[in-house]
Design a binder for this molecule. Sequence first.
Ligand code: SF4
Length: 374
Amino acid sequence: MSSVGALYLHVPFCARKCAYCDFFSAQTRPDDPKLDEFVGRQLALVRRFSETGLLSDCVTAYVGGGTPTLLGASRLARLVEGIREACPHLEELSCEANPDSLTDEVIDAAVGSGVTRLSVGVQSLEDVELERLGRLHTAAQAKERVGAAVASGLDVSVDLMCAIPSQTTRSWDRTLRDVVSLGVGHVSVYPLSIEEGTPLGRAYVDPAWNDEDVQAERMERAAAVLESEGYSRYEVASYAKPGRQCMHNQAYWTGVPYLGVGRGAASMLDGNLYDTVREVYGWLPMRPRDCARARFSTLDREVEFLSEREAWAEDLMLGMRLTRGVKVAEVPPATVSELLGRGLVKLEEDRMAPTHDGWLLGNELYGILWDLAG
Ligand code: SF4
């Protein structure tokens, strides 16, 4: 294999930090000249990777953040056009967006430059909850902007967050139903994770509104509402109308090698691809002889080398995030029996798939599979 299947480009800028966020992103304004330099630097990097042949068969790209829409229409178009040139065989190009910077001009630029899919960070459609999360948009603004994105013909996904401050079972239901009424093809749902060092982390230690039972109840409610509206859950946190699954995220869960560009991006590569990437990322160390796969982040520059066995265990673990699970023949019979005994998996024809409990107790399920790495 000489090309990655997926490219991720990280845009580490936001208009303001959200109260729960520990992602790598700096607060800035849309007229900051640093944004022009940033686009130029990332495009130069993408071109260098393209020259090595590393992007020749890349089928999905994802411009994430941060807030890519903060770049504004012309910078975003430049970036996306550059990615399109560098990856001639792209079938999907997603871009993350926040409602407050998703202007009509940005939507037009996204459509015109070759974005196919917008993933909008909505999180909630209740003003009081948005305020507690430190989000910049209101519920009305989010609805209006998502509606405009859907009307543009782009494939639109919405991210929602549950087990957040001020949220109740009823307000969560309203948010889910309001999102459905916007006509989006894809919804991702995550329980809020309270991280140390963030304003929310400083204000709360294990609050009742975020405990595991609340998280489980909200995730179950999301499944019930979204599935009754024609969305299928294809991954633990992802729901899609027919044909609207995210190719890029599926690449992450099915062991497709991916390259991350920009500070804050992660990569996962087999040995040969790693050697090629080393030609551009000169800071990467030599790989050890038994390396089947390397994972690294451009933020902390930490590289993890995986042996064949570890890469296999990781693929099983990632595969169990998906509704269809993994081929049962790939799992040792004793492990299949143990997981069946604990009610974490079920067998469906030749596949082993997670049960509802398997998803709720994901750490237990993934831990047993990761133990196979020895
Ligand atoms: S918009 Fe996203 S990346 Fe930016 S501060 Fe909020 S959660 Fe973090």
